[in-house]
Design a protein around this ligand. Sequence first.
Ligand code: FMN
Ligand code: SF4
Length: 426
Amino acid sequence: MEAVLTQHLDPAAPLGLEAYRAVGGYRSLAAAFDLKSEAIIKTVEAANLRGRGGAGFPCGLKWRLRGVDAAKPRYLVCNLDESEPGTFKDRHLLYGGPHQIIEAVIVAAYALQAERAFIFVRGEYAKGGNGLKRALKEAEAAGLVGANIGGSGFDLQIDVHLSAGRYICGEETAQINAIEGRRPNPRPKLPRASVKGLWGQPTTTNDVETLVNVPHILLNGADWFRDLGVNGGCGPKLFGVSGKVQHPGLFELPTGTTARELIFDHAGGLAEGRSLLGFLPGGASTSFLLPEHLDVPMDFDPVAKAGSRLGTGGIIVLDDTTCPVAVTLNLMRFFARESCGFCTPCRDGLPYLAQILAAIAAGEGQAQDLALLEELCEKIAPQSFCAFAPGAVMPLTSSLQCFREHYAQHIATGRCPFSKANEGGA
Ligand SMILES: Cc1cc2nc3c(=O)[nH]c(=O)nc-3n(C[C@H](O)[C@H](O)[C@H](O)COP(=O)(O)O)c2cc1C
Ligand code: SF4
């Protein structure tokens, strides 16, 4: 598949407005303005564009459910928070080509008839956020953003919001609080943000990778987009591969590409003599998969069927020298630190999980710890206020299942069986 989303990206020298236009940039605006918003939504639905922010919710359906009669003003939020460990795709879009993002936001805002859009950028991506602000100024000066864009009668204000920097700010209702200048706790599920979001008005949130697909769908059609996928997937997907591979990196490939192809053909496979222990398919808050899952197409439904989530498509690889207890502890420490603290099961439960895991990793675990960890995970996930905690316990629950014997060995021998293998940076 030829690159679509990354075709004109260059983090070292992102295209300015004129250069971007010279390669066809902003052409989708005219295509969009020729259509009514219903026709755009229909095309996005027909393309089967699934949200790339983690849950894979169909983008066209989300836009349709917002409703044509939604109150005004309406808002669009482009989510570029990307704080999920093992995930580095949105960053590439930001640093590599800010105008592609602005074009996508204009088209999506037009489809939703939203008069104001926010691009919420991870705090650590400040340099990229400032580049985006500069690109936005160029677009405004050229009449591509602002009042009566291109004589279409459509008005749009875009603001770039740099996050203060917490993982929970990626959750869409916490993000809404952050944009409003409040403490970023998630909001209750009801009323939905699509009805009462920013300042009590209808608000639609999409991941930036989801949105940058839309101009290409409008220009090339829904069938073209569907045909780009393989093994039942639709469209291009940005996959990251990190961990114990020879060439970690970001790869734009058809949705539905197998994990085997990603890890062995594109990321260079494992170091010589090593074998695969397992992998997280979509960032830290997904469940581990095993070598037997290498031929699962990396698409939302097949990965769910295999017992995990495609999540962000950021694959983290463990080989036979990686201690899965240490990896899981590392992730649990991250989640314990990033809990927003609003509800007790998550705020107090995650540090407790990390504490028990730390003891096991240090060879000080007790035989009953594994059952205790499982019981706590079962209780914490459903009793927490938002989707953060269920995601946080996923790697632990699955690690206890997939790598049980490693945990048992730590407890039985009072030491990490990998400590020798890891000496010398192996
Ligand atoms: C704890 C947490 C963190 C999240 N972080 C992000 C994020 O960084 N980027 C993102 O697009 N979605 C993130 N999400 C999902 C968003 O809440 C939302 O579902 C998504 O932005 C919708 O976009 P999509 O439909 O295009 O996938 C997060 C969800 C949770 C629970
Ligand atoms: S589950 Fe965690 S992140 Fe979500 S509201 Fe509760 S404390 Fe905050």
